[in-house]
Design a protein. Structure first.
Length: 358
């Protein structure tokens, strides 16, 4: 079933399968009594998945314990703003859900709240794992890259010789963050709510996986490995490849004492989360007319740009691509199994009713 197929009243047991694969019709519920709101409010805040909120809480508790042991304090302003934002979005989700029955706005607010609630504690965890100061894997990644036949310094030289191309690639690279907001808005506006929930869930799974893998395979990046740890003279934008180095040095040396949310940078080299996000975003927006093909094309450019503007080795890109395809493909397999199970139950129920009538 395509994401463009509207649904009405799904058969019991197949609701999740159908909702994940199609836009839902705009349905307005009659006003409920105050007491009846309680159950509807709790249901309204359960999406994208109750386990997502459990993950955010568990990682936040782990962060708190780890920060205390490491002697690192949190600068309160940024984290307070993030907490207030999540609370405000959840309040809006409640207002737009069981109170006003505005499914588009409710989905937008709830998805945004979930993304912030999961991303912030995982970002802190990502920083904390750098305090392990495991041996850097740059030499291994560079050897693997060479074995694949890719010459990273040669690629960078091409970009330096074509600064306009480098600039456009860097611009595409930095669209990854804004594309997350665009995805939430587009899927909510087109009432592809099931696909939106799937996007948020897989975003959380991919981010968690990348943080855990990167903790075991830390690297500074090719700009450092190849002795290019300074910004070239205006020929290529390399902020994304260099802005993490100061934080990485302090974390590995154990000299970071205060962590501000606004100062957190991505320390990941292997696997590339930019590639994971590019694949996931392209998948999420693919069914939407006009926007879908544009998103696929743009994110193909983002993947290429990750090498230079992002300061990644080729194995980082390949690992990110394989990881994202595995997560997306795994979801499709699970949905297929669930759908077959639901259809079998419906068929068995119908057969039982037929026998009862006889």
């Amino acid at each position: 079933m395509s994401d463009a197929t509207p649904i009405s009243m799904p058969v019991r047991g197949t609701r999740r399968w159908l909702a994940d694969s199609a836009p839902i019709p705009l349905t307005r519920f009659p006003p409920a009594r105050p007491v009846a709101h309680i159950g509807r409010i709790s249901a309204a805040l359960a999406a994208p998945h109750p386990a997502l909120w459990g993950l955010a809480l568990a990682v936040a508790v782990l962060d708190a314990v780890w920060l205390r042991r490491a002697g690192i304090a949190l600068a309160p302003f940024g984290f307070s703003v993030a907490a207030a934002l999540v609370a405000a979005l959840l309040a809006l989700a409640t207002l737009f859900g069981p109170v006003l029955s505005e499914p588009k706005l409710r989905a937008m607010a709830l998805a945004s709240a979930a993304l912030v609630a999961v991303t912030v504690p995982l970002a802190v965890l990502h920083y904390l794992t750098a305090t392990w100061a495991l041996p850097l894997a740059d030499a291994r990644l560079a050897r693997a890259e060479a074995a694949l036949g890719f010459d990273w310094p040669g690629y960078r030289a091409v970009l330096q010789a074509h600064p306009r191309l480098a600039w456009w690639l860097a611009l595409a690279y930095h669209t990854s963050g804004p594309q997350v907001g665009l995805t939430v808005i587009a899927l909510s506006a087109t009432l592809r709510v099931g696909r939106l929930w799937a996007y948020v869930r897989m975003f959380a799974v991919l981010l968690l996986a990348v943080v855990l893998v990167a903790a075991l395979v830390p690297a500074a990046g090719p700009f450092v490995h190849y002795g290019l740890a300074t910004v070239p003279d205006g020929s290529i934008e390399t902020l994304g490849a260099l802005w993490h180095l100061d934080a990485l040095e302090h974390l590995r040396a154990g000299t970071l004492r205060v962590l501000a949310l606004e100062d957190i940078r991505g320390l990941v080299t292997f696997p590339s989360f930019h590639v994971c996000l590019a694949v996931l975003t392209a998948w999420a927006l693919a069914p939407i007319p006009i926007l879908g093909p544009l998103a696929i094309a743009l994110n193909a450019v983002v993947i290429v740009a990750t090498l230079g503007a992002g300061g990644h080795y080729l194995p980082d890109l390949l690992a990110g691509f394989v990881l994202s395809v595995t997560v997306i493909g795994g979801r499709a397999i699970l949905r297929g199994r669930r759908a077959r199970t639901d259809l079998a139950r419906v068929a068995l129920s119908g057969r039982s009713g037929w026998h009862a009538e006889r």
